[in-house]
Design a protein. Structure first.
Length: 238
């Protein structure tokens, strides 16, 4: 009888330990799920990383995000933050289109027209000489142009979800020798708090998160810089 009682007590204690472990594991799982849900919901807001505007030598309109980025650059210009606006020249396929008798107009020309339409003098607009494919190349060309022109500070205007990656790329490729202010287009339609509700914003968040991992990993995935007949250049975007 005493042996059976002891055996029952041991079985009960073992069952109690199993139950406690299950409860602990369940609580840990619920905590991880809650954190994952919070991270999911906050991903869009986390990507938005702006600086306070300050006077600079020049404003740069990154490719993509038409017409909002150019519109915001014009607004920043008219507020007196910089006397010049630079515009990225996107990589296109003009040779292939000319061969088909189709005229080609790069995105940079539309940005120029938006800027002049909004009252920016033509003399204050400069389009980069070299075409770019992605943000990494834009950052590198911006730094080259700044050093060539003796500029020391720059305001980059881009889309809200793109701001954190721009800052990360600048820190990695340029450093602190040249001053950067990252500014988001105020009228961009990106919904940082509900980004999962439409395909445009969902795609933007996934793209930006993956691109940030690429930056943090040391940029092992490089831009496609060679264009050929079998692999034509597409329009650059950020």
């Amino acid at each position: 009888m005493q042996s059976a009682a002891i055996s029952g007590e041991k079985s009960g204690a073992k069952a109690g330990r199993v139950t406690r472990r299950f409860v602990v594991l369940l609580l840990v799982a619920l905590l991880l799920i809650s954190l994952a849900c919070l991270a999911f919901r906050r991903a869009g807001r986390w990507l938005v990383r702006e600086d306070l505007l300050a006077p600079a030598d020049v404003i740069l309109v990154l490719s993509g995000g038409m017409p909002q980025r150019a519109q915001e650059a014009a607004a920043v210009f008219h507020r007196g933050y910089a006397p010049e606006i630079w515009v990225s020249r996107t990589q296109g396929a003009p040779a292939e289109l000319r061969a088909m008798g189709i005229p080609f107009t790069g995105e940079e020309e539309y940005d120029r027209e938006i800027l002049t339409h909004l009252g920016v003098p033509e003399s204050a607009i400069h389009i980069f000489p070299d075409p770019i494919i992605d943000t990494e190349q834009e950052i590198e060309e911006a730094a080259r142009e700044m050093r060539r022109a003796g500029k020391t500070s720059l305001i980059i205007v881009t889309s809200p979800e793109h701001t954190r990656r721009v800052r990360a790329l600048w820190n990695k490729l340029v450093g602190a020798n040249l001053k950067l202010y990252v500014h988001a287009a105020a009228n961009d339609p990106f919904d940082a708090d509900h980004w999962w509700r439409n395909t445009r914003d969902a795609y933007a968040v996934v793209r930006e998160v993956l691109a940030l991992f690429n930056v943090w990993a040391g940029l092992p995935v490089r831009p496609l810089s060679n264009c050929s007949e079998n692999s034509p250049c597409g329009a650059g975007h950020s």
